[in-house]
Design a protein around this ligand. Sequence first.
Ligand code: ZN
Length: 309
Amino acid sequence: MSAKVVDIGLEGRAKREFLMVDRPRFGPAGVPPTFRMLKAKLEDVPKLLREEGLDAFEYQAVRWGAKPQIKREEAEKLGLKASENDVWLSLHGSYFINFCGGKEVIEASKQRLIACATAAEWMKAHTVIFHPGFYGKAPRTEVFKNCLAALKEVVESLKALNIKHVKIGPETMGKPSQLGSLEEIVSLCEEVEQTQPVIDWAHLHARENGRFKTVDDFRSVIEAIEDRLGTEAVKNMHCHFTKVEFTEKGEKRHHVLEEEAYGPDFTMLAKVIVEFDLKPVIISESPILDLDAIKMRDILQKEKLKVKV
Ligand SMILES: [Zn+2]
């Protein structure tokens, strides 16, 4: 995989290193249903994605507890096949992680995140994505502080375990009751080493009542990340994308790209990717996973050609 490590010393901020993504990459969140119908093994997934012209895959560890629920051998095999087929790997961490709860919940969550990072290291996955948690009744500033402290401790533990190549990626969340506004995610990443913001565009759209209406609305997110975390952070964004239905309580349901009644519109994001020459990893969380990943790849390609003409 042609990627290079860049170390950028942003003064007074968490030191960050990037394994540069070499181009925009697309892939599904989890094994596509058609692959399952073929009875494909996990190790076959990278090759099947490559045959579809896709080049990223987000392994779903969303039901895991305190220990990795994949054998080391199987994880390493997936990593090897991903590398052979030039597929960029990430791992979606457990839904049972909650850094916004009481002490015991936070301690258990730390173990769950470390278990995910351990398996990610076996796979040589680049990022472990996780949901920070629900606010509950405690004051928001206090909850944020606890979450930040827990995340710092997780990264310390990873260092002690010699897990150096996996980034921890807090994700923007789709409900106002969840910790995970763009501001909060960027703040976490600003403060903690070995982290990377995960921008779930559908979540931001749902959380903020249909935020993305124009190309400018997308541009403002890119600029906010660049301002706070630097150009390399924004160039190498890890993203989730799908169309989404929402209520005043936020995210309700994912929809396929083709459904015009729902946003956000990927074409607008594609324009911004071209404008800023970004190299994001874009994971499709659409109900038709890989098929919408292919569609997004093609939309971006079209936007690129428009600029060249
Ligand atoms: Zn997620």
